[in-house]
Write a protein that binds this ligand. Structure first.
Ligand code: PLP
Length: 422
């Protein structure tokens, strides 16, 4: 990759993979020179057969572990039935999945999509339609408020929601983002910002959308009680409260949905990533009839959305989430990992953030050699996959099915790297 931060030799086989990528992929997202060929459970292997412990879960996609046999069997079964796309007809899987989500989370309806960005985009559309009809806001005036440093995806509308974006992609979707119509910027976790924005602009704001724990910002948890206050403020101003659970949901943060840790009930819930156990792209939005019922046929949905393979995999993945008590495991193993790393009194680490196995190690500010990327490179060299998160954080998010032994083995590697680094 040519970065001075790479500190280990890359094999010829890995270099070939990286070269193809760099020569022929336009843009893309694979910043680390590790070329994986196969995975199982909490382990991964590269083109040279080197084994890694996965401390990343491909950004919370494989909460249920790589290739979980039950999820794999369900996906293969649907695929061999030949039902890869059902549009414009029915397949039994979609309705069954929507019912299971209803039974688990209590929302009336579920509409499926493929990527997290597409689902977040759908939530924006649904909220706007609700705003025009239910709040009687003049056309073009609905505002969707977000929290600064949020991440909801790479489509034009989800990029528009973000506070930091490349101006080369503009003009952006208007009336969305962390700046309220009157100019108030809403920081994540700062309830007074939201209160002020809603007091001034509550008539025009139709929804406040947040990640219960911000993922791409660096796994940043808000202060205790924040979500409860958000829910109350939104209700008081007749503003929809939308949570994006794409990264923090489905057991990752120690609850089947992260916001359930705070005992709140948002109006819309955005799901993605681990929904189909990482076996197939599937995302979607949960909501009640009084909101979802405003949608007309064909307003939401795309060719591959709710494909039977994804829905079958999701049915199995949700079973695994519940049957293997993965949220509880996330809490217990998260506590174990945190106390293990804390006890090691690691240099350069000033704090731990997140919840359960949705964790970040927060690095001190200064030393230029202690960059997240360098640490991640050293971890990979020693057989642990992790990634940088935000500007000075390391993301530690193993599959929730990881064994205690593997978790502690990975923790030893983290401890060794942090101790050896200058
Ligand atoms: N929302 C959140 C909170 C995310 O973390 C992500 C991806 O990281 C997305 C949405 C976008 O999901 P996708 O990459 O599947 O479009």
């Amino acid at each position: 990759m040519g970065s001075t931060e790479e500190i280990y030799e890359i094999s010829t086989k890995t270099q070939e993979v990286v070269d193809d990528y760099e020569s022929y992929v336009g843009g893309g997202f694979a910043p680390y020179p590790v070329a994986l060929t196969h995975t199982k459970g909490s382990k991964a292997w590269d083109v040279d057969g080197k084994e890694y412990i996965d401390f990343l879960s491909m950004y919370s996609v494989v909460n249920m572990g790589h290739g979980h046999p039950k999820i794999l069997a369900a996906a293969v079964q649907a695929m061999t039935e030949g039902a890869v796309v059902n549009l414009p007809f029915h397949s039994p899987y979609y309705g069954k999945l929507a019912k299971k989500l209803h039974d688990l989370f209590g929302y009336d309806k579920f509409v499926a999509m493929t990527s997290g960005a597409e689902a977040a985009d759908a939530a924006v559309k649904i909220a706007r339609k609700w705003g025009y009809i239910s709040k009687n806001i003049p056309e073009g005036k609905c505002h969707i408020l977000t929290a600064a440093a949020c991440y909801h995806g790479v489509t034009l509308s989800t990029v528009s929601l973000a506070s930091k974006k490349s101006s080369a992609f503009g003009p952006f979707v208007p009336n969305v983002g962390s700046t309220a119509p009157s100019g108030k910027v809403v920081a994540f976790g700062v309830i007074d910002d939201l209160r002020e924005a809603l007091e001034v602009d509550g008539e025009r704001i139709v929804a406040f959308i947040i990640e219960p724990i911000q993922g791409s910002a660096g796994i940043v948890a808000p202060p205790k009680g924040y979500l409860k206050e958000v829910a109350a403020l939104c209700k008081g101003h007749n503003v929809l409260f939308i949570v994006d659970e794409v990264q923090c949901g489905l057991g990752r943060a120690g609850a089947n949905l992260c916001h359930l840790r705070d005992g709140v009930r948002p109006d819309l819930v955005v799901l993605g990533k681990a929904l189909a156990g990482g076996m197939y792209p599937l995302s979607g939005v949960l909501g009640d009839d009084h909101i979802m019922g405003l949608l007309d046929p064909f307003e939401i949905g795309s060719t591959m959305a709710a494909n039977p393979v994804g829905c079958a995999a999701a049915l199995a993945a949700l079973d695994v989430l519940v049957d293997e008590d993965l949220s509880q495991r996330s809490n217990e193993l998260g506590d174990l990992l945190r106390s293990n790393l804390k006890a090691a009194n690691l240099p350069h680490i000033t704090a731990f953030n997140g919840a359960g196995l949705f964790m970040s190690l927060v690095l001190e500010d200064k030393p230029p050699k202690v960059t997240p990327r360098r640490i991640v490179s050293l971890l990979a060299q020693r057989g642990v996959l992790a990634s940088a998160a935000g500007l000075r954080r390391i993301r530690i998010c193993p599959p929730l099915t990881i064994s205690k032994e593997e978790l502690l083995k990975g923790a030893e590697v983290v401890i060794g790297v942090m101790r050896d680094i200058e």
